[in-house]
Design a binder for this molecule. Structure first.
Ligand code: ASP
Length: 325
């Protein structure tokens, strides 16, 4: 993510402002501007929320997905991008299975490109919506994250962030860190705001070298020990599509890393439970935890629309070359 803290603060403030704006005035902001969504991988939340966000600002959107387009016939990313530009697209939102695809597309088209997830590399808007979710639960005076709906009015939401906004907050990311672009984007973002990030998972999915991933990041293999230190627990799906032959014993995995109601109650009864989705009930977490009072999973989805409105607006109103989140 190539955004500095003032730019992130601005996006958070715009997300809050756009969310509360009258839809009938909001949809003049990008009236009739053309935005293409180019998806080479499946998506439910990211694609829909980007599309709803762009439409909420009045833009016209079109979806090209690898399974119903000339991509299936062998068209390259470059030619697809140039075609979309020739059709009048002023920005492209791309999800691709290869890391770096958004940069290539930007070089070839010179359009603002928004990264909706590139391979195992990054998912910047997911990290921004995760940050917004955490901020809405952050009690600024005590620097604690409060999962309940009865929390103090979300003072931190929409306000400027600094390198100490999340100091004292520990976020544990659990599961398939190795293949997760969500983990990577959160590891890049959260420590910059002062959060401590614990990575937790088996060696196959979390190599020892991850302990050197950056300041504020450490590895803890014992899930319950990690839970005891956490104010936020971010559960991840095992990325079956990226395992490339790696065999995981799911029984052992669940024994060690599944977030159950019992584990949560015993070790992190006040933690906020997050997950980028799609959730696999009964694998990385139980249905009771997913639907339980500590879960912020659907809130994350809701924040996705607001964050993506701000990101899309920025892409189409910023100077050229500043468009990528
Ligand atoms: N939806 C997230 C992503 O696209 C997480 C996942 O697929 O597990 O990376």
């Amino acid at each position: 993510m190539d955004l500095d803290l003032p730019a992130i603060s601005q996006l958070l403030a715009r997300a809050a402002a756009l969310e509360s704006q009258d839809p009938l005035t909001r949809d003049r902001i990008l009236l009739k501007r053309r935005i293409a969504l180019l998806f080479y991988e499946s998506s439910t939340r990211t694609r829909t929320s980007f599309e709803l966000a762009a439409k909420s600002l009045g833009a016209d959107t079109t979806l090209v997905s690898s399974l119903s387009s000339s991509i299936e016939k062998g068209e390259t990313l470059k030619d697809t991008g140039l075609t979309l530009r020739a059709l009048g697209a002023e920005a492209i939102i791309i999800r691709h299975n290869s890391s770096g695809a958004p940069w290539l597309l930007e070089q070839e088209t010179r359009l603002p490109i928004l990264n909706a997830g590139d391979g195992m590399h990054e998912h910047p808007t997911q990290a921004l919506l995760d940050l917004r979710t955490i901020l809405t639960h952050l009690d600024l005076s005590s620097k604690t994250v409060i999962p309940s709906e009865a929390r103090a009015a979300s003072a931190a939401e929409g306000s400027a962030v600094s390198s100490s906004t999340l100091s004292g907050v520990t976020v544990t990311i659990v599961g398939d860190i190795l293949h997760s672009r969500v983990a990577r984007s959160n590891m890049l973002l959260l420590p910059r705001l002062g959060a401590r990030v614990i990575l937790c998972g088996p060696t196959q999915l979390l190599p020892d070298s991850a302990a050197n991933a950056g300041p504020g990041i450490s590895v803890e293999r014992d899930f319950e020990a990690a839970l005891r230190q956490s104010q936020v627990v971010m559960m991840l799906r095992i990325q079956a599509e990226r395992l490339a032959g790696l065999q995981i014993d799911l029984g052992q995995y669940k024994d060690a890393y599944q977030l159950t109601g019992q584990r949560l109650a015993a070790h992190a009864p006040k933690a906020l439970v997050m997950h980028p989705g799609p959730i696999i009930r009964g694998l990385e977490l139980t249905a009771g935890v997913a639907d339980g009072p500590q879960s912020a999973i659907l809130e994350q989805v809701r924040h996705g629309v607001a964050i993506r409105m701000a990101v899309v607006e920025r892409a189409l109103t910023a100077q050229p070359k500043e468009g990528r989140a």
